[in-house]
Design a protein around this ligand. Structure first.
Ligand code: CAA
Length: 380
């Protein structure tokens, strides 16, 4: 066992930290208020290799490992979780799925652009009546020989307006249940594909979330990823990796709030001393520190499992469950430490508290993570 980061990992973490401080921090409050994330910032993240972190360099990626991915995710999320969800979805749900299961033609056509940030991707699984219950897909894709006809609605889609490439999960044979589901590459602009208005959200407000409508969209057969009927397993496997990214996002949100609260507690005075000298505050900081350390080891463990080629379905669920709980609990405590100032946007912690909530919901709610974990531990 080695708990130390390599020199290379430290350099990657520091590069992400510099980018977050210099490029993401300016304007983060305004982006949250206006619900906007500029294309130039996405391009800069692409130029730094943050949009294809784990993709093989032969497809334009950075060829880094999952540990590097979570280090980058943590640093970006400390400052701007709207930026990091763009990175997370593009890396773990779109690039990973294409690289692991796509054909060489699909990789050349789409992955090479997604890995560099020339394209942005979206992952379309959730539906009005199929969020947690992902097998109950109502979207259909009917096989018409050389193409499929796609019909249905997808909800809460991250990068929904911004994306160029959408991986859409749809039912091709209802009688086969989860084995009658496939995943398709849909391009923006295909006839019959409509993007609904942007959702007005509690948190990660810079990230664009949309409902998508597919009305008789003609999808060429070569746009199906993987063998016929493999779409549900594709979704589950990509989501296991995605949960590592969201766990790292939650970790970053929690540690961002902790760092701000610690600094503030050493400056703010009450009852004749800095508030960190009051046990009521010091114990909060101790709880924050230890829970965040615990979450960090779980996130690293899941990333390490993936890098080792071990199964990471459970370790990613554990990491996401714990890190998102830590994020929600300790961003709330950070607001409490800031007192009245914590309720004011200028101090950042209220935004981190709002951003934390989604980490307990997307890419599988905390309750879904408990299903994954409990099924595994009670199986034998
Ligand atoms: N890897 C491979 N195969 C898997 C798998 C995995 N991790 N998990 C399940 N499967 C397989 C099962 O083995 C089973 O196959 P067989 O029929 O051959 O045995 C098949 O898939 C069906 O599995 P289950 O019977 O376990 O299916 P279920 O209906 O009970 O559902 C679930 C399982 C874990 C609850 C699943 O539905 C789930 O994860 N739901 C949550 C979905 C989710 O995370 N949604 C988030 C939306 S995406 C998002 O948020 C993106 C964004 O924009 C940020």
């Amino acid at each position: 066992m080695n708990f130390n980061l390599s020199e290379e990992h430290k350099m990657i973490r520091d590069a992400a930290r510099d980018f977050a401080q210099n490029e993401l921090l300016p304007g983060v409050i305004e982006r949250d208020e206006k619900q906007h994330f500029p294309d130039e910032l996405v391009k800069k993240m692409g130029d730094l290799g943050f949009l294809g972190i784990m993709v093989d360099p032969k497809y334009g990626g950075s060829g880094m490992d999952t540990i590097s991915y979570v280090l980058i995710m943590e640093e970006l999320s400390k400052i701007d979780a709207s930026a990091s969800v763009i990175v997370s979805v593009n890396n773990s749900l779109v690039c990973y799925g294409l690289e692991a299961y796509g054909t060489e033609e699909q990789k050349q056509k789409y992955l090479t652009k997604l890995a560099t940030g020339e394209f942005v991707g979206a992952f379309c699984l959730s539906e009005p009546e199929a969020g947690s219950d992902a097998t109950s897909q109502k979207t259909t894709a009917i096989d018409k020989g050389d193409h499929y006809i796609l019909n249905g609605t997808k909800n809460w889609i991250t990068n929904g307006g911004r994306a160029d490439v959408y991986l859409v999960i749809a039912q091709t044979d209802r009688d086969k249940g989860s084995h009658g589901i496939n995943v398709f590459i849909v391009e923006k602009g295909m006839e019959g594909f409509h993007i609904g208005p942007k959702e007005n959200k509690l948190g990660i407000r810079g990230s664009d979330t949309h409902t998508l409508q597919f009305n008789d969209v003609k999808v060429p057969k070569e746009n199906r990823i993987g063998d016929d009927g493999s779409g549900f397993r594709f979704a589950m496997k990509t989501l296991s990796g995605g949960r590592i990214g969201i766990a790292a996002q939650a970790l970053g949100i929690a540690s961002g709030a902790y760092e701000l609260a610690l600094k503030y507690s050493k400056e703010r005075k009450a009852f004749g001393t800095e508030i960190c000298n009051h046990q009521a505050i010091a114990f909060k900081l101790a709880d924050m520190y230890s829970d965040i350390e615990a979450a960090r080891y779980l996130v690293m463990r899941a990333a390490w499992d993936k890098d080792q080629g071990a199964n990471y379905d459970v370790s990613s669920a554990v990491a996401k469950l714990q890190a998102s709980k830590t994020a929600m609990q300790h961003t709330t405590e950070a607001v409490q430490i800031f007192g009245g100032n914590g309720f004011v946007k200028d101090y950042h912690v209220e935004r981190l508290m709002r951003d934390a909530k989604i980490t307990q919901i997307y890419e599988g709610t905390s309750e879904i993570q408990k299903i994954v974990i409990s099924r595994s531990i009670t199986k034998n």
